[in-house]
Design a protein around this ligand. Structure first.
Ligand code: IMP
Length: 204
């Protein structure tokens, strides 16, 4: 049996577990940058989520020689003209905590009536020959205070009306089914399935 390797351009173990779950029906071994310490950090210098996702996947593909997947996510708040968007990780500054970012968001949203927002993820697969992009998004509302203990990042202040809960009140499984990243990965998986049925993986 040929087991193809895919390298995720991240150190985030949760993303690897999610990707593995989505790709469970394929003969694919999912690795991360922890398996390639020589690659180091990849600066997110793009101005869009798509640019950053491609930048990460192209860099890892080039340096490792294996097919790679990069992703980038942003929280886009309508009353803030789409901010924090591509700068979601650094909204309150460099080297800040998730709660620094959440507090900055809540203070920017004081007195805003329009609380609507979306999470958007762009994933990019690059294997040296082809580049495949998939996007996922979910609409929600920014709450006035944090609620829930699960998840990470802006989860405690992102309320999903159809679930009647914030992301931080959903189990990981519930969140992955409907989340921006879950949807982007499911779409990418469908596109990869079509890609691999046309171009049989050669393994390593
Ligand atoms: P990344 O591109 O996945 O690293 O995400 C960039 C930033 O967006 C993270 O540092 C988080 O602040 C935020 N973020 C990404 N995904 C989520 C999520 O699922 N829930 C809450 N915040 C997220």
């Amino acid at each position: 049996m040929i087991l193809m390797k895919i390298i995720l351009a991240t150190h985030n173990i949760h993303k690897m577990v999610e990707m593995k779950a989505v790709l469970k029906d394929f003969q694919v071994d999912v690795l991360t940058l922890d398996d390639f310490p020589e690659i180091g950090e990849i600066p997110e210098t793009g101005e869009t989520l798509e640019e950053n996702a491609l930048l990460k996947a192209r860099t890892v593909n080039k340096l490792s020689g294996f097919p790679a997947v990069g992703d980038d996510t942003g929280l886009e708040v309508n009353a803030l003209d789409g901010d924090p968007g591509v700068y979601s990780a650094r909204y309150a500054g460099e080297n800040v905590t998730y709660s620094n970012n959440v507090n900055k968001l809540l203070s920017e949203m004081i007195n805003k009536n329009d609380r609507s927002a979306q999470f958007r993820t762009v994933t990019a697969f690059v294997d040296g020959e082809d580049e495949i992009i998939a996007e996922g998004k979910i609409d929600g509302l920014i709450t006035k205070e944090p609620k829930g203990n699960y998840g990470f990042g802006y989860d405690p202040v992102f309320y999903i009306p159809k679930m009647k809960r914030t992301f931080a009140e959903l189990s990981a499984e519930e969140k992955n089914r409907i989340s921006h990243r879950g949807l982007a990965l499911q779409k990418l998986c469908k596109l990869l399935s079509a890609h691999w049925s046309e171009n049989k993986p050669t393994g390593d």
